[in-house]
Design a protein around this ligand. Structure first.
Ligand code: UDP
Ligand code: MG
Length: 325
């Protein structure tokens, strides 16, 4: 029997591309249906992540004319990761497998069929991996690949060149729902859940309309979130930095002391001011870094919902209207 698939598509200010995306996805679903690769009850779910444009109006209209489409309206902008979570967790136990994909379809939709095929072969997770990034600017490619390398070095379990285009089955989704952290970094969590997995390779295309919602500043914030949510290596580095600083200051102390004893102590100014500036600077870095982690702990301890659903349209049957906790 072919699996019942839910496609989860987060949308933030995507009015320029949504119609086009929806058309392509529906055509592709028809194709998969014809080839008997998916169940006829398979659906596409658009999550409006607090868009400021008419994205929700478009989604709502589509759900009314097309019974294959579902829409979730979040109460405000909760960010890409949380929008994906809202789409997944609202439909636990209702589908056999779930694929998340960006609304701009930069990820090749033809990989979805391959993902489903790998699922049918017994895989619970199928990662979409970018084969080449020739469509990305040099800067995006360079920073993104650097990101994966740093993450790997810091011990964060990410799959190289895999973003959030992946299939998970209902078993994995149910386990995933037990990860309650507020700072969710989905691509780091999925590999820690386990179960048989495989990869599908595809070429990343260019965004056809609208602009990237991930400017460099957001990418940096995302990378930092990924690192501090998963790795305490930076804190350990601070500790080592502190130890090295301490050794250096002992050496400087001895030097100053011996100058004093030898009666050549006038040297003064530079040897005082320089180490002072250096050590107070490094102290500040260390405190800031610890503050980052304490801030994370604070956010987690509060246990606030990761997203809030305002309404769901297109599916009046059974929905888990949980609020992301
Ligand atoms: N997105 C979202 N909430 C946000 C930012 C982005 O749901 O706050 C969605 C966006 O609509 C798109 C996906 O996340 O479907 C990826 O964004 P984008 O394509 O702009 O990122 P890029 O591909 O440039 O990294
Ligand atoms: Mg994109």
């Amino acid at each position: 029997m072919s699996p019942k698939l839910l496609l989860v598509v987060p949308c933030y200010n995507e009015q320029e591309i949504l119609h086009q995306t929806n058309q392509k996805l529906n055509l592709y679903f028809d194709q998969l249906l014809e080839q008997n690769k998916i169940d006829s009850e398979s659906k596409i779910c658009y999550i409006n992540d607090g868009s400021k444009d008419v994205t929700w109006t478009i989604i709502d209209e589509i759900t009314k004319s097309n019974s294959r489409v579902l829409g979730i309206k979040l109460a405000k902008n909760f960010g890409h990761q949380n929008a994906v979570l809202a789409g997944l967790f609202s439909f636990i136990d209702q589908y056999d497998c779930y694929v998340s994909i960006d609304a701009d379809l930069q990820d090749d939709i033809n990989a979805i069929g391959e993902m489903v095929a790998k699922y049918s072969e017994g895989n619970s997770v199928v990662y979409g991996v970018r084969e080449d990034r020739s469509s990305d600017t040099f800067f995006k490619k360079f920073t993104a690949e650097l990101f994966y390398k740093i993450m790997d070095k810091l011990g964060v379990p990410v799959v190289f060149n895999h973003a959030d285009f992946r299939l998970i089955d209902n078993k994995v989704l149910k386990e995933f729902a037990n990860f309650k952290e507020y700072n969710m970094f989905i691509r780091g969590i999925i590999p820690t859940i386990g179960f048989p997995s495989d990869k599908v390779y595809y070429k990343r295309l260019e965004r056809e309309a609208g602009e990237s919602k991930y400017p460099f500043s957001k990418m940096l914030a995302f990378a930092w979130k990924g690192i501090t949510s998963f790795s305490t290596v930076p804190m350990r580095m601070v500790l080592w930095f502190g130890i090295i600083n301490f050794i250096i200051s002992v050496i400087i102390g001895l030097f100053v002391l011996s100058s004093k004893l030898r009666g050549v102590a006038v040297s003064g100014w530079t040897s005082i001011v320089l180490p002072m500036a250096f050590f107070s600077g490094s102290n500040m870095i260390a405190i800031g870094l610890i503050g980052e982690y304490i801030g994370k702990i604070y956010e987690e301890v509060k246990g606030r919902p990761r997203y809030i659903i305002e309404k769901i349209s297109g599916d009046d049957a059974h929905q888990n209207r949980n609020s992301g906790r």
